[in-house]
Ligand binder design. Structure first.
Ligand code: PHE
Length: 467
């Protein structure tokens, strides 16, 4: 199998694809909102420490397992876990988790695509109406948008690793950077933009409490696409000459830089396009932010640059978020696809069709769980509140299982695969890493406090969330 395994064509292709996975809705909207509401510069500092001190070592663990085994996560856990049923279970978790996260991420991507379509067809004004969002997400058009988004993901993935994933990343990521920079420059040159920059960056350490710390770490972990088998799978497509630590560092830097810069776009935009903004009105959730708050903000631009100008700015914004979301969706969907291909020997096309169909069914259930279907809207209840199907998928897989998967990969790499093998695998192709201080740090942290922290988050989430 390994001699015929697909590979990325170049180092930059791999880095762009992995960064494409990491840069997503979380960076462009989740991070700025989180930072602005939770202590500004203080949050930022903490986030950066988490990215490099906790998430980067986990990324190395995932990539090294993938590259060494040249297998999908299930196969990798089986191979290095010596067929142990327990580790196989961990392998299954790293296939099912991305599949289920893809389900809710697809729904949000579909909404973004729909908003992009509405803006482009001249309907920005309607989007700015606060009632539009709930009508929009419950309209049958959602299924048309879903078909289109799934079609795009299918087209990319059926090209395979080099001619699909890598090619798409090489096209979409540079366009994304350009659009982001254009918007930032535009926004920062508007009146009152500095009020937004101040709101975003001035540190307020009094806002930092246990739940903010936990939120920042979860955000960083999700943002780097960890715990979802993605970096194992992408790692399995690189050769043994590649410098994994260096590539991982670049991915982490890119991801963090995009998140940081996105904040320089979103918050100044809010304060300058709508000078009467009251910080207390900023939406709690990034979903509320993208779909109800920002369209209003964009529309406010029409007094200075006209309706077409305002629509153009909104259009670029939604296209930017859409590109970020597509490259993330591609990466997360590749995990179960690769597993089905590897494990059952089916063709890429067959795996895509089969899993794509299942995905559409589940995503449709998520999509109708916002009022359209009573059954799925009040699907169950825990911790005293009613939950939709969408909420359940989000709570279970994003909030609960992700840190568990992170814990498992750390323990697996150091105590099952063994530290010496882990090091040898990372040293290959990375002369500067070998014997470095960073290597020693990774060794220590992945075997001790990182899994401990992730376990505490997992247990804490279970205790607080469901009882
Ligand atoms: N890193 C992505 C983000 O920040 C999260 C993600 C990755 C979601 C891969 C889905 C698939 O939005």
């Amino acid at each position: 199998m390994s001699e015929t395994r697909e590979q990325f064509g170049s180092r930059i292709g791999f880095i762009l694809a992995a960064a494409g996975s990491a840069v997503g809705i979380g960076n462009l909207v989740g991070f700025p909102v989180g930072a602005a509401k939770n202590g500004g510069g203080a949050f930022l500092l903490m986030y950066a420490v988490f990215v490099f001190a906790i998430c980067l070592p986990v990324m190395l663990a995932e990539m090294s397992v993938g590259r060494h085994t040249k297998k999908d996560p299930l196969g990798a856990y089986r191979m290095l876990g010596g067929n142990s049923p327990h580790w196989k279970l961990a392998g299954w978790l790293s296939i099912i988790t991305p599949f289920m996260i893809a389900v809710f991420y697809l729904v949000i991507t579909v909404w973004i695509f729909g908003y992009l379509f509405e803006v482009v067809t001249g309907n920005l004004e309607a989007l700015a109406d606060p009632d539009t969002f709930s009508t929009f997400i419950n309209s049958p058009n959602i299924f048309i948008y879903m078909a289109l988004v799934v079609g795009i993901v299918y087209l990319i993935l059926q090209g395979g690793v080099k001619d699909g994933i890598e090619k798409a990343a090489k096209l979409l990521m540079p366009s994304l950077f350009v659009m982001l920079l254009l918007l930032v420059i535009f926004v920062l040159t508007q009146d009152n933009a500095m009020a937004g920059v101040r709101f975003y960056l001035i540190p307020d350490f009094s806002k930092i409490n246990a739940s903010v710390v936990n939120g920042a770490l979860s955000q960083a972990f999700f943002s780097l696409s960890l715990g979802m088998g993605i970096m194992i799978t992408y790692g399995s497509y690189i050769d043994n000459q590649a410098d994994v630590p260096n590539s991982a560092k670049l991915v982490a830097i890119t991801d963090t830089a995009v998140a940081f810069v996105a904040g320089l776009m979103i918050l100044p935009a809010i304060f300058s396009f709508n000078p009467n903004t009251n910080p207390a009105d900023l939406s709690e959730s990034s979903i509320g932010m993208i779909f109800t708050f920002l369209p209003k903000i964009f529309l406010a631009l029409q007094s200075s640059i006209g309706f077409v100008g305002a629509s153009a700015v909104a259009g670029i914004f939604f296209l930017l978020v859409f590109f970020a979301a597509i490259t993330s969706l591609v990466s997360i969907f590749e995990v179960p696809v690769a597993a089905l291909m590897d494990e059952k020997g089916v063709s890429r096309k067959k795996a895509l069709l089969l899993l794509g169909l299942l995905m559409v069914v589940l995503a449709s259930i998520c999509a109708i769980s916002f009022g359209f279907s009573d059954f799925f809207t009040s699907f169950t209840s825990y911790a005293g509140s009613s939950k939709s199907f969408f909420d359940v998928v989000y709570d279970v897989f994003y909030d609960t299982i992700l840190p568990l998967n992170g814990f498992l990969i750390c323990i697996f790499v150091i105590y099952r695969w063994r530290r010496a093998n882990f090091n040898r695998a990372l040293d290959e192709g990375a002369p500067n890493y070998k014997g470095s201080l960073f290597e020693r740090y990774v060794n220590l942290s992945v075997g001790t406090f990182i899994p401990l922290i992730l376990l505490v988050i997992f247990v804490n989430t279970v205790a607080l969330k469901y009882f």
